[in-house]
Design a protein around this ligand. Sequence first.
Ligand code: MG
Length: 390
Amino acid sequence: MIRVAVLGSTGSIGRSTLEVISRHPDRFEVAALVTNRRVGALVEQVGRFRPPVAVVAEAALPSDPGGPTRWDTGRDAVLEVAAGQDVDVVVNALVGAAGLEPTLAALQAGNRLALANKESLVAGGPLVLQAAGRGRADVVPIDSEHSAILQCLEGYDRASVQGITLTASGGPFRGRNHNQLRHVRPSEALNHPTWDMGAKITIDSATLANKALEVVEAHYLYGFGYDHIHAVVHPQSIVHSFVEFVDGSVLAQMGFPTMELPILYALSYPERVEDGALRTYDPVMASPLTFEAIDHDAFPLFGMGVEAGRRGGCAPAVYNAGNEIAVQAFLEGKVLFPDMAEVVHATLDGVGNHDVHTVDDVLAADAAARRLAREAVDRLGRAEETGKSA
Ligand code: MG
């Protein structure tokens, strides 16, 4: 039996993880469930899966949940679950930079980490690598692109790999230019053509910031330099990524888009498990497969994020924090779609770069970035108001 702790169990990846687990009761059992604030949803999940532990990170506990589950609250309780000795796999599906400390706690305890929280690798990459080495734990990605790369790399040593290419759906605004993007609404941006995901990552897919985060994530996961990591737009989301070898041969991992596949692989890795609920691949149904270059003018957050990755130090953490604030401001109607890139640009400019040695270094950069990003949001929001009344 593989005992799975699910951090962020009430979000999109968390719910899919529980669906996968529920189809394989002979193989997986739920060791703990953690939500940030969705207490009602967590009570339902606890009733269904009966885990030994349930944690609400940032809200009050239900008054009288009943049942055998032990309830706990607060960020320390989340870290305790991540480092738990009666856990085999920790699924980290928390949203944003808040996922970093649970990631480190799981790895230091030697628990396998099934990582959907890409921000923890982006913001604290060097710390995550250190913790993974120290605890001798695996990091297995729950991200379709990185899962694809892991699958294509199986059995090859890194010296035989020339480079990797991540695919991007291009999001709902593929083909639009910078001007056409000025007045797109959050509701349009949330309407993703191929993937059904949470709000933050759906906006990141529309701006292509998500792909930049994934490039940085791939850099830390697989150790490739930035010159060897590429990205290409592939609107059908069937090819999840490519690995090119030194002899020019290319492997791709394919399948109809569903997060349940990378989730199942991360839980069972390196084994493969039969799952009849997952849709059988049909090349005729999936055709045609097309590919195009990223439009850097329309989607500047992509290049900005990769550049932050190249700069290293705390730059990726600053990019990530600035982006989190920008996305939130866009969803709240405070800034326009192209303003998100302005916010992140101003944030990267304003926070000086320094090295990352401790979690505190990351948290300090993160806090400074959020402050600057909020200022940029206020500035841009006000400019927008003035523009409207003029
Ligand atoms: Mg992805």
